[in-house]
Design a protein around this ligand. Structure first.
Ligand code: ZN
Length: 308
């Protein structure tokens, strides 16, 4: 599970009395045109990182670890490390989520609750692991898995469009450990699973609320921060693009009003920032530095592409 290059992980943030740590499953390369959907290349090229020789851009795999009310909670499990999980070529060949957790002294047995925003293969890969003989088992043996019920139904009955990303190997071994929820659901009184449909019908986000503070984990509401700024910039992966736009507008307006910390899966590591509004009324993403790295909450100046 070692890789040639060192994968940054462990960035910390605080929301009221709750500590959040970004645990990194590496990075993966995704087709740039598909990531930006119907937006013309002339427009997205100015915003996106450089493409590789196969016209792909790097996307982050930021998962979130937190403790709330005595529970250790892992939000999202990356692409995974089973045979086939990382065929789309990434710098982290086997995935780094487990080594990222181990660096924090967190063993798989310590995780009480896993939350999947949805069940596309790049968000739930480490739900399960394979033995040397190929036998599949839940990676986190003591965890229950919190998932939207409609998402589970869609993932276990994939259609021609969704078959390539809803993979039985990430799902079947956890089928007896599910907490399937409908609508808004309090995982603890501080950690709330909230509907965020559009990417898929059952796609959800996670709000972490403590005192006056809020953080939002956005799952796949966007794959690049410019898509959070511009409502109509929706990826080709979203099954319900018009619904995505409504969800995005609503969640971003709320995040601006509340000053919420935002973490999203595919942002440049650690994928954290705050949404602001310019005097002209446009949304603008501002990178949030982690604790210990110049994190005075509103003292920023870093551009949108800070690679740790
Ligand atoms: Zn994704």
């Amino acid at each position: 599970m070692t890789t040639g290059e060192s994968i940054p992980s462990g960035a910390r943030f605080r929301v009221g009395g709750v500590d959040l740590t970004v645990v990194n499953d590496g990075e993966f390369a995704m087709d740039a045109g598909a990531t930006f959907g119907i937006v013309p290349r002339l427009l997205w090229e100015r915003e996106a990182p450089p493409m590789d020789v196969r016209y792909r851009i790097p996307l982050g795999l930021n998962c979130l670890l937190l403790r709330s009310r005595g529970k250790t909670i892992l939000i999202e499990t990356g692409i995974g490390g089973k045979p086939g999980d990382r065929d789309t070529a990434t710098p982290a060949e086997q995935g780094t989520l487990l080594t990222s957790l181990a660096a924090l002294d967190v063993a798989p047995e310590d995780i009480d609750i896993v939350v999947n925003t949805h069940l596309h293969a790049d968000h739930c890969g480490w739900n399960t692991s394979a033995s040397a003989e190929g036998a599949l088992a839940p990676t986190f043996p003591n965890a229950t898995y919190v998932i939207n019920g409609a998402e589970w139904e869609a993932a276990t009955h994939p259609n021609e469009r969704t078959r390539a990303t809803y993979l039985a190997r990430n799902l079947d071994p956890i089928a007896d450990r599910l907490t399937l929820v409908e609508g808004e659901h309090a995982i603890t009184d501080e950690v709330i699973f909230v509907p965020a449909p559009g990417h898929s019908a059952g796609h959800s986000a996670v709000a972490i609320r403590s005192g006056q503070d809020e953080a939002l984990y956005l799952g796949d509401l966007a794959q690049h921060r410019v898509q959070l700024e511009r409502t109509a910039w929706v990826s080709a992966f979203d099954l319900m693009p018009l619904v995505s736009m409504d969800t995005k507008r609503r969640l971003m307006d709320e995040a601006i009003d509340r000053g919420s910390l935002i973490v999203f899966c595919h942002g440049d590591y650690p994928g954290a920032g705050r949404m602001t509004r310019t005097p002209q009324g446009f949304r603008k993403w501002v990178v949030e530095p982690p604790i210990g790295q110049g994190n005075e909450p509103h003292d920023h100046g870093a551009g949108p592409h800070t690679h740790a």
